[in-house]
Write a protein that binds this ligand. Structure first.
Ligand code: URA
Length: 232
């Protein structure tokens, strides 16, 4: 995103007001003075007179969901991913774009952008999701071949996917669908059982390895652009 648009969105200014403000000085990108309205904002931190600037309104969080919480906005009895967020985020109308089972971990996107969530979850978009799984039994090449070419998970045959063996009982699987309990049902269909499941990539973005389970951070502009390109 151009710096003048970024500053305009963050400060509620018109583009020309933002351009004037930038040219007058006081805006920095990652600590360096930024005087060019056409400069490109990727993941830099943008400040005006020392205050962090962030475009208002839409929020996109990457969370490393821990096992043991539900990926829904509310539940009467059980803890949800919303319980891991401070009030400021809970008030912005965030919801999980997609689901991970209660016992699953990894990349969960939380947003209040209904349009983006709709697109990302649309089966037509075939958005890629990569999971690392721990398995109860050894995985051989024949089972990998069957999984990659489609298995019947109970009245539905899965689309082609990729499976990479990480160890005798560990694999990485990338699917472009999102059927209920899909990965667990796929391994069950080849006589195996998923004992641990972590989503490591979603919509073209890798889970940030520095996020401990339960931690989250906002996506930067570059990451959001990457998602937008995936769903174009
Ligand atoms: N597939 C599953 O079976 N569980 C998840 O949480 C995600 C994908």
């Amino acid at each position: 995103m151009r710096l003048d648009k970024y500053v305009a969105d963050a400060m509620g200014l018109t583009r020309s007001e933002a351009r004037e403000l930038i040219k007058r000085g006081g805006v920095t990108m990652d600590g360096e003075p930024a005087m060019a309205p056409a400069a490109h904002v990727d993941c830099q931190e943008v400040l005006y007179k020392g205050e962090t600037l962030k475009p208002k309104g839409l929020v996109y969080l990457m969370m490393n969901k821990p096992a043991g919480v539900l990926s829904v906005t509310e539940d009467k009895n059980q803890r949800t991913v919303m319980d891991l967020l401070p009030d400021s985020y809970r008030r912005s109308g965030l919801f999980p774009a997609g689901r991970l089972d209660k016992d699953s971990e990894g990349f969960l996107l939380l947003t209040n952008d209904g349009m983006l969530a709709h697109e990302i979850l649309s089966p037509k978009k075939k958005v890629g999701k990569t999971y690392e799984v721990g398995l109860a039994r050894e995985l051989d090449d024949e089972k990998i071949y069957i999984l990659e070419n489609g298995v019947d998970i109970g009245g539905y045959v899965t689309s082609p996917c990729t499976v990479e063996k990480l160890g005798p009982r560990a694999a990485r699987i990338t699917i472009t669908e999102g059927k209920y309990h899909q990965v667990k049902r796929m391994f069950k269909a080849v006589g195996n059982r998923v004992d641990a499941l972590k989503r490591v990539s979603f919509a073209g973005l890798e889970l940030d390895g520095s996020l401990a389970p339960g931690e989250y951070r906002e996506l930067c502009t570059k990451e959001l652009d990457k998602i937008l390109r995936t769903i174009q």
